[in-house]
Design a protein around this ligand. Structure first.
Ligand SMILES: C[S@@+](CC[C@H](N)C(=O)[O-])C[C@H]1O[C@@H](n2cnc3c(N)ncnc32)[C@H](O)[C@@H]1O
Length: 306
């Protein structure tokens, strides 16, 4: 078994090219196996990853049992990522402790222990890391879908964001949900008991009518200022716009408001990324800019302060 002095970066489906752009900017060599990319040396700050394998090893094995035994010697829980050798991989995984399979409705707790990840690089070689950046198998929170109540599937990315944050609003909070139509995020927020202001140019789905703690108004999100909502503790935005416009709108909320929690979708316009603006988001102290499993061509920016 050989320690790989570096990290393995697991790319999200469809957006691997953005991760590769981030990695190659470092000037270092990238060694790839399917969606997994190893780069030697210190961690390269990236947004477009699904999971990071922070303590990778290369394992040579001579039987399925040998592979499983070596993995078990490194850690307890293992989630596989395969791009080939599927049958052999499944046979090795069957010899490892079973992963918790059941999806659960939001909210779910962050698991306390680490989650390992491994892959077959070829017929007799494994890459494995007993510790990854996510405590969930493959970096995906096992959230149960609700196909009947939410007005849009966007609710899932907010549930993922709140799960990753490990916190969500309570009855004491006031939320401002900008770009809220048809209402998936407002549905999630209203169910926490918080007081929810919801603003969009378009109306909410009629299913959201009559929710007692939800207050919708039609309007331009970019006209919303902290002086008008001094009591807001959670600011959320899923507005479709250029990242630079979103950044400018956020400035007074960052400097002149009592907002403690930010959950903001930064949507790419066109095929490429506005890298300079993404760097501004990523550079805010204490914040995270990441690609959640239900994000499309967009990133989620999270900040908790105070
Ligand atoms: C991705 S959708 C939001 C989905 C929503 N979060 C949900 O969970 O159902 C983006 C929304 O941004 C709204 N939007 C775009 N520009 C806006 C603006 N300037 N002011 C208000 N809403 C805007 C659109 O009308 C659209 O409903």
């Amino acid at each position: 078994m050989t320690r790989l002095e570096g990290l393995v970066y697991h790319a999200p489906d469809h957006y691997e090219h953005h991760l590769l752009t981030e990695l190659k900017r470092s000037g270092r060599e990238v060694t790839s196996s399917g969606a997994l990319h190893f780069v030697a040396g210190r961690e390269i700050p990236t947004c477009w990853h699904q999971n990071l394998w922070t303590q990778p090893w290369e394992i040579r094995f001579n039987s399925l049992s040998d592979a499983a035994a070596q993995l078990r010697s490194l850690g307890a829980l293992w989630s596989p990522v395969f791009s080939g050798n599927f049958r052999k991989g499944a046979l090795i995984q069957a010899k490892l402790p079973r992963l918790p399979e059941r999806k659960k409705p939001f909210p779910i707790e962050l698991p306390k222990g680490p989650m390992g990840a491994w892959t077959l690089v070829d017929e007799s070689t494994v890459w494995a890391s007993a510790v990854t950046s996510s405590p969930f198998p493959g970096g995906v929170p096992p959230l149960e879908e609700n196909k009947t109540e939410p007005p849009s599937s966007a609710y899932l990315k907010l549930q993922e964001a709140l799960t990753v944050l490990g916190r969500w609003p309570s009855e004491k909070d006031v939320c401002l949900d900008a770009g809220s139509s048809p209402g998936g995020w407002s549905w999630v927020l209203s169910r926490t008991g918080a007081h929810v202001h919801s603003v969009d140019r378009s109306p909410l789905d009629p299913r959201m009518d009559g929710v007692a703690n939800l207050f919708f108004r039609t309007g331009n999100a970019f006209a919303l200022q902290p002086t008008e909502f001094p009591e807001v503790t959670w600011l959320l935005s899923d507005v479709i716009c250029y990242p630079s416009k979103l950044w400018d709108w956020l400035q007074p909320w960052l400097t002149q408001s009592k907002v403690k929690n930010f959950v903001v979708t930064v949507k790419m316009q066109g095929k490429d990324c506005d890298w300079p603006t993404l760097a501004k988001f990523a550079g805010v102290e204490g914040s995270r800019l990441l690609h959640l499993p239900h994000n499309k061509h967009e990133l989620t920016w999270l900040l908790v302060r105070g």
